[in-house]
Design a protein around this ligand. Structure first.
Ligand code: AMP
Ligand code: GLY
Length: 416
């Protein structure tokens, strides 16, 4: 098989690296990818994610068997629709189905129609009405920009003032552009978070092992929200009955609900969940693999990922086997991230106990240097989360990390 992957981050690096383990795969191309991927034999394609026609031509010229889409933006731009219209195979939801991520209001409608447990909410386009509702409900309360905002369009307001400030920034100061023209105001859910992902083909759902992301920039979940600072899998403090319930009442119900809605979903469905006293509840759906969850979930997959996708595309039952090993991944971020950050630092080298997934890097005359906020992720597997943590943090502590920072507590919640 020759496979094309759309995207350029650590998630795509992990997907590509896993697929390259397959004896059925000869070539993995990544558009645009990043130069760190080349170390693992992934071939880079210099075509931007939004150049659908050029990507289609490339896939035809290279006789690509199928294409896999990493990020949400091309999905929401209809890359799947365009490839399929050109007669090409591609794994991911079409534009209509990707709205489960693209619009919080659409996702809420699917949840309400299918009795999927989630926070109570109300959507607003009118600023005054949103303020009045927030004042009536009181804090804590959650304010979300309706459209995409790269994980940053959410304010968990512990006070009424914070909530009103967030509404002002989104709706009148347009801090997230058009994404904030509509806001969703949501009930605050208390409990521990976990991410449950599945391969989905219409009503069929093949769940993965769960992971826990760390969205805040600093230790002990302090600081601003980011795209994710690290993750680990499994998440032993989440009981397996909670996961089973989530598979049945959330993932399977959502997949079936999407079919009934006339927006059948094929691709990776990601449920961001909170384990409340009343069971798992949805905080968000994504239409793709999570970043950085993928970098700790896929190393635990012992089955052939390329074969899994190929089987699902061919309407066959995939074989999914997961290892009992624990995986921990810690993001090495540029100092300043998620605000203005440093660029141009050399990327450190690490000992061979760990796997490196590159993200925000450029090739500067043969040297791989930092160019993005989240530069790379250091991952290791071991018998226990503690042992995997030790490997990752030893590697990071010995590396030259001037100009960078990383959280020191990834996985700590599982050890309390
Ligand atoms: P989201 O972008 O929807 O995943 O939200 C970002 C983060 O905000 C989540 O990872 C949670 O930590 C938090 N969050 C979102 N919705 C809620 C909620 N209803 N109750 C409590 N925390 C929430
Ligand atoms: N890790 C959260 C996300 O990928 O949306």
């Amino acid at each position: 098989m020759k496979i094309l992957i759309i995207g350029s981050g650590g998630r795509e690096h992990a997907i590509a690296k896993k697929m390259l383990e397959s004896s059925h795969v000869t070539d993995i191309f990544c558009a645009k990818g990043n130069p760190g991927m080349k170390k693992d034999g992934i071939q880079l394609v210099d075509i931007a994610e939004d150049k659908h026609e050029e990507l289609i031509s490339f896939a035809k010229d290279q006789e690509i068997d199928w294409t896999f889409v990493g990020p949400e933006i091309p999905l929401l731009n209809g890359i799947v629709d365009d490839f399929q219209a050109a007669g090409l195979r591609i794994f991911g939801p079409n534009k209509a189905a990707a709205m489960i991520e693209g619009s919080k209001e659409f996702a809420k409608k699917i949840m309400v129609d299918n009795q999927i447990p989630t926070a109570d909410y109300e959507a607003f386009t009118d600023y005054e009405a949103a303020c009045a509702y927030v004042k009536e409900k009181g804090a804590p309360i959650v304010i979300k920009a309706d459209g995409l905002a790269a994980g940053k369009g959410v304010t968990v307001a512990m006070t009424l003032d914070e909530a009103l400030q967030a509404l002002k920034e989104m709706m009148t100061d347009h801090r997230f552009g058009e994404s904030g023209d509509k806001v969703v105001v949501e009930e605050f859910l208390a409990g521990e978070e976990f991410s449950l992902l599945a391969f989905v083909k219409n009503e069929k759902v093949y769940p993965m092992v769960i992971a826990q992301d760390h969205k805040r920039a600093y230790d002990n979940d302090l600081g601003p929200n980011t795209g994710g600072m690290g993750a680990y899998s499994p998440v032993p403090q989440i009981p397996s009955e909670m996961v089973d319930t989530a598979v049945e009442k959330i993932l399977k119900a959502a997949a079936l609900g999407m079919v009934k809605n006339g927006t059948s979903f094929t691709g990776i469905l990601y449920a961001g969940l909170i384990a409340t006293d009343a069971g798992p509840k949805v905080i968000e759906f994504n239409a793709r693999f999570g970043d950085p969850e993928t970098q700790v979930v896929l190393p635990r997959l012992t089955s052939d990922l390329a074969q899994v996708i190929d089987d699902i595309l061919n309407d066959q039952e995939p074989e999914l086997v997961w290892s009992d090993q624990a995986s921990v991944g810690v993001v090495l971020a540029a100092e300043g991230y998620p605000n203005a950050y440093q660029k141009g630092m050399p990327t450190p080298s690490f000992d061979d106990q760990v796997t490196i997934y590159y993200a925000g890097v450029v090739d500067d005359q043969g040297e791989i240097r930092a160019s993005g906020g989240r530069v790379l992720l250091v991952e290791a597997e071991a018998e226990t989360i503690e042992a995997a943590q030790t490997k990752v943090y030893q590697a990071l502590d010995h590396a030259k990390t001037e100009g960078y920072f990383y959280r020191k507590d990834i996985g700590a919640k599982s050890l309390k």
